[in-house]
Write a protein that binds this ligand. Structure first.
Ligand SMILES: [Zn+2]
Length: 295
C-alpha cells in the first residue's frame, strides 16, 4: 500500500502508556557513543583507503578519543553503550576490551558502517553477520542492540535483525519513550529512540568534504541542557548520539563534562545502558500482559 495514494500512520507501534522508570526515577539518561573509527570514512568512499589524512579523523578515536571518554564516564560514574562497527572491533580489539572492562555495553553498528537503505538487504545482512562474527571472535560477546550508521532503517531490515536475535534498535526519532516496533504486521524489536540534538557530528567536526565553522560551548551546552531538562520533566529518555572522534576532542570534551555534571546534579535520573532500558521495557510489557504494573 503506497503512502502516496493511501496515507496512514507510518509507525504502527502502540504508544507506551502507563510506563515508569525503575526505583522511582523521573527520567532516564541513555549515554551512547557510536565508535566508527576509520570505518565511517572507508564506508563513505572506498578511495578514502589511500587518503591518510581523511582517515586520521577516525584514527583519533582510538589514539585519544575513546580513552579520554572512558576517563570521563568513570569520573561521573555513568554507564554507557558504545555502538561499534565490526571493522573497529577487528582493527582495535584492545580498545573494545577496555570499554568492556569498564563495565560498559557494546552494541552493533554494522561492519563497514554502511547505511541501511531500502533495497540493500543483502548488503545489510552481510553487515550484521560480519559484525556479530567479529564481536564473537575478538571479544566473546553477542550484542543485543543496534544503531544504524547514518541513521536510516526499513521494515525488512528490522525484521532481519530481529531474526538474528538483536533485541533493541536505537535509531528512530519519533518518541521520548521506548516502544516495540510492529514490522510487516508482526511484533518486532524494542526501539529506544534517539534525540538528534545530541549528535555531536552536527556541531563539532569539520573536514574537507563538509567544511564549516564549529559550534561553541555555550551554543551546544544550552541545547543539550534544554533538551535534557524538558525530557526529564516529561519523564522520557535522553538518548545521546555522541562520537569519540568529535566529543573526545579537547574542547568538545569539556562540553560533555559540563553536560554530565548538569545531569548528575539530579538525583532522580536513571543512568542506564541500552540493554538496561530494553530489559526494563521487556519487564514492563510482561507485567502489562499479566495485568499488573512494574516499577
Ligand atoms: Zn557511526
Amino acid at each position: 500500500m503506497s503512502q502516496f495514494t493511501n496515507p496512514a500512520p507510518v509507525n504502527k507501534a502502540a504508544l507506551t502508556e502507563g510506563f515508569s522508570w525503575p526505583e522511582g526515577n523521573k527520567s532516564a539518561l541513555f549515554t551512547s557513543f557510536d565508535v566508527d573509527a576509520e570505518s565511517v570514512w572507508l564506508g563513505m568512499d572506498p578511495k578514502n583507503e589511500d587518503r591518510l589524512v581523511t582517515l586520521s579523523y577516525g584514527g583519533y578515536e582510538a589514539r585519544v578519543g575513546v580513552p579520554k571518554i572512558l576517563e570521563l564516564l568513570a569520573r561521573h560514574e555513568v554507564p554507557a553503550t558504545f555502538f561499534i562497527t565490526g571493522w573497529t572491533v577487528d582493527a582495535y580489539p584492545a580498545l573494545c576490551e577496555a570499554i568492556l572492562a569498564d563495565g560498559h555495553e557494546i552494541g552493533h553498528h554494522g561492519y563497514m558502517h554502511y547505511r541501511p537503505e531500502p533495497g540493500n538487504i543483502e548488503l545489510m545482512a552481510e553487515e550484521i553477520d560480519r559484525g556479530l562474527e567479529a564481536m564473537r571472535r575478538r571479544l566473546g560477546i553477542t550484542p543485543v542492540g543496534y544503531r544504524a550508521p547514518g541513521g536510516e532503517g526499513y521494515s525488512d531490515f528490522l525484521d532481519l535483525m530481529h531474526q538474528r536475535g538483536l533485541r533493541y534498535s536505537s535509531s528512530w526519532r519519533d518518541d521520548i519513550l521506548p516502544y516495540r516496533h510492529v514490522v510487516n504486521g508482526r511484533s518486532g524489536m524494542v526501539e529506544i529512540p534517539v534525540n538528534f540534538s545530541y549528535d555531536d557530528w552536527l556541531y563539532g567536526i569539520t573536514h574537507r568534504s563538509a567544511s564549516r565553522a564549529l559550534f561553541g560551548r555555550e551554543a551546544v551546552l544550552s541545547i543539550w541542557k534544554d533538551e535534557f531538562d524538558q525530557t526529564h520533566e516529561w519523564g522520557g529518555v535522553t538518548t545521546t548520539v555522541l562520537h569519540p572522534q568529535v566529543s573526545g576532542r579537547p574542547m568538545r570534551f569539556k562540553i560533555l563534562n559540563d553536560f554530565l555534571s548538569h545531569v548528575r546534579a539530579h538525583d532522580d535520573v536513571w543512568l542506564a545502558t541500552g540493554k538496561d532500558i530494553c530489559t526494563h521495557f521487556e519487564a514492563f510489557e510482561a507485567a502489562k500482559e499479566r495485568g499488573g504494573t512494574t516499577s
